[in-house]
Design a protein around this ligand. Sequence first.
Ligand code: GRF
Length: 254
Amino acid sequence: MAKRINVGTLISGGGTNLQAIIDACMADSIEDRIDARILFTGSDTPGVKGLDRAQKAGIDTFVVDYAEIIKSCKQGVDPGMLPPDFDMEEILEKQQLISVDPSRGGSAPNSIQMEKIEFFLKSRAIAERKLLDNILSHEIDLLVLAGFMRVLTPYFIDRLNTIEGQYRIMNIHPALLPSFPGTDGYGDTFRYGCRIGGCTVHFVDYGEDTGPIIGQKAFEIEAGDTLDDVKKKGLEKEWELYPACIQKFAESVC
Ligand code: GRF
């Protein structure tokens, strides 16, 4: 058995993955239990069921209301609203979420597109600073994104991944990466007509769903399955995969 690692979690919704991780941390039998404890659950949306799940398990919770922050940024981003250590040039150079550099195969954005990109990065950094203010008051080994439906910019990632070459943020994606990155993995898998679907746990890097893969699980899509069937089969696999990947991480660091 490894030493217990300290885990922080971020969610956006129902939190069934969070529940699977809570259950695995608290399991009575040693075979089912993982060597992790959850220190907090943060959400980008107030009032979601995942927050209730955390509170029932005695886990500290917090909310950083992304929708409110983005709405207030639309009135104008005053430089005083930005984190003091925010550096647009550095973030633009590092990020791989949006193509801005023709030398890296993308086309150069025009000034209107550039304004939108900068607005995106500034508003997210304002929200991410608030996440960090909550997160960094805890000593965590690993941050687990359990259905957290926001991309993270290098501003946030660099403040968690402080040791070169060591990833500390994990995500679960509802498709067999590198196929079907983005927000609707099961939908994209189903609409493509795939006969196999799956889920992937990976580390978070500067791209969208591009970081190193930790584990995957697959399931068959039968003739006659609906999108709801695919989502149900997928989620059941996610609940097995995520705790197993956290355990793998715990064993690798202890
Ligand atoms: C899961 O399918 C996960 O892969 C995706 O969002 C969903 C979250 O479900 N990123 P839940 O909130 O854990 O129930």
